[in-house]
Design a protein around this ligand. Structure first.
Ligand code: HEM
Length: 486
């Protein structure tokens, strides 16, 4: 009898706690709604709305998570995903304010496993003058015509080497092929490492390192994070050796040659202070590795997804082939090498790249933390909150792009120029953190597409895009290739 009574008392107590907690949560939400915090729900205790968020990443419409909440609560709403309460903006004007106020009001925010792997002085995490300095140096170098002239030959070589191995009827995995091509280019622009053992080492260890970017933040031997941190140590050792050798070589010669890679750029800079402070060698080595993170996966995915969309759009592919064949004919007739400007001057090819960037949303948004209370367009965002400026919601919004789910490169022709001033198209972010690799990425993809469509036809096997944790083709996009001459 006593036991039964105790049982019901316990049940009653748990019920009362649950009801109290729910009431408190409701009151909190009401209070926040009154104070202007965007509407929305924080979902279940602890997990919030994470399961719905992840589930949408495995559907063909990952934007459905955002759309559902947008229709219930408005363009800016609150939620609770991946372990934290968050305010999500699907509004281009709000995104613009978030991107343009980096450092002063908004600072980058990443999940714990990523911050552990990045290190405090990574360009991806730091703020203030040092971020501006490094961003300016790297961006200036990547945009420079001198680099583009040189890197065009490197990209062509890497593309040729990959494509020369393709035989008639071969099944090639686009995601793998493009990853091999772009990794070579990446390590060349960052640290001038060419094909060989060092390149293989970097590829292997970097692969191990980035596996830990999305994992449980537990740093014990045997855990994913631990293994990734160990891989970073090995990478650092090698990059540090390259940086130190380069520094010694620079000091032993009087005349400074052209800047060949990001290491040169960071080593040579003496800053604008009177005492000419050079950047420390450890800082340079760490940042070289960390700069590989945004570049390593995004460019091959852009190439792969372009091939995927083109496989499903014969009209777009036909026009792309015609435009590129015409350039090839001209170059062959003149007996000239391609200049980087040749590749970039093909308008339809650039439209294909824009449309792929819009639909693929390789970086679907950026995460920030708010340093002080701010009101944007009537939405109150309190200090300390996490904010997600969602690019995918803007890129896949019918108000901005008609028939959003249709791969339509011609829409960019109809839109005319001026796309970069418009915060309705931000695949490379914006403001002070606008991707410094923007032009380099577009050049790489233009060269790859040119050689692919002027030398091969292909038939893609069935595959589909997965959007979580990052954008990937489920089967790495297998395609049967046929050289055009045959
Ligand atoms: C399709 C290719 C690429 C896409 C879509 C892309 C996208 C982006 C985006 C959205 C950001 C802004 C992040 C933020 O605001 O927090 C960014 C930053 C950055 N990207 Fe890229 N990226 C690409 C290629 C590259 C490449 C090839 C490199 C390097 C070689 C690179 C290096 C960087 C760096 C260093 C930053 C950080 C800049 C800073 O915080 O100051 N990206 N990228």
């Amino acid at each position: 009898m006593k036991l039964v009574l105790a049982f019901w008392v316990l049940v009653g107590f748990i019920g009362w706690c649950w009801w109290k907690k729910k009431k408190k949560k409701k009151e909190k939400e009401q209070l926040e709604n009154q104070s202007g915090i965007p509407k929305g729900t924080l979902g279940w205790p602890l997990i919030g709305e994470t399961l719905n968020f992840i589930a949408s990443g495995y559907t063909s419409r990952p934007v459905s998570f955002m759309e559902k909440r947008k229709s219930l609560y408005g363009n800016v709403f609150k939620s609770h995903i991946l372990g934290m309460p968050i305010i999500i903006s699907t509004d281009p004007d709000v995104n613009k304010v978030i991107l343009q106020n980096n450092g002063s009001i908004f600072v980058p925010f990443y999940p714990k496993s990523i911050t552990e792997l990045l290190g405090k002085s990574s360009i991806l995490q730091m703020n203030g003058n040092l971020q501006k300095r490094v961003h300016g140096l790297i961006g200036g170098f990547f945009r420079s015509p001198q680099l583009k002239v040189r890197i065009t030959r490197e990209i062509e070589n890497a593309v040729n080497k990959a494509m020369e191995a393709w035989r008639d009827g071969d099944l090639v995995y686009m995601q793998e092929e493009t990853r091999n091509i772009t990794f070579q280019v990446l390590v060349r622009v960052l640290m001038s490492v060419g094909p060989g053992e060092d390149l293989q080492f970097l590829k292997r260890e970097f692969g191990e390192f980035i596996k830990g970017l999305v994992c449980l933040p537990i740093k014990l031997p045997g855990t994913r994070l631990y293994k990734s941190l160990k891989a970073k140590e090995r990478l650092l050792k090698m990059v540090k050796r390259i940086v130190e050798e380069r520094k010694m070589r620079m000091e032993s010669i009087d005349e400074r040659g052209p800047l060949m890679d990001a290491i040169d750029v960071l080593l040579c800079d003496a800053g604008e202070t009177e005492d000419k402070q050079h950047l420390p060698l450890d800082f340079i080595s760490g940042n070289i590795i960390e700069m590989m993170i945004p570049g390593e996966d995004s460019v091959p995915m852009l190439m792969t997804l372009a091939v995927n969309y083109l496989s499903e759009s014969p009209l777009a592919l036909k026009q792309l082939v015609e435009e590129n064949m015409e350039l090839k004919r001209q170059k062959t007739q003149l007996g000239e090498d391609y200049a980087w400007t040749d590749y970039m001057s093909l308008p339809f090819t650039q439209n294909v790249i824009n449309e792929t960037l819009r639909m693929a949303n390789i970086i679907n948004g950026v995460w920030r933390k708010v340093l002080r209370d701010i009101e944007i367009k009537g939405y109150f965002i309190p200090k300390g909150w996490c904010v997600l400026a969602s690019f995918i919601s803007v890129h896949m919004n019918e108000e901005n792009y008609e028939n959003t789910n249709q791969f339509d490169p011609w829409r960019w022709q109809r839109k005319g120029g001026n796309i970069n001033n418009n915060y309705c198209f931000t695949p490379f972010g914006g403001g002070q953190r606008l991707c410094p690799g923007l032009e380099l990425s577009r050049l790489e993809v233009s060269i790859f597409l040119h050689h692919l469509v002027t030398r091969f036809r292909w038939v893609a096997e069935e595959d589909y895009i997965v959007h979580f944790p990052t954008v990937k083709m489920k089967r790495k996009l297998p395609v049967f290739v046929t050289p055009i001459s045959s």
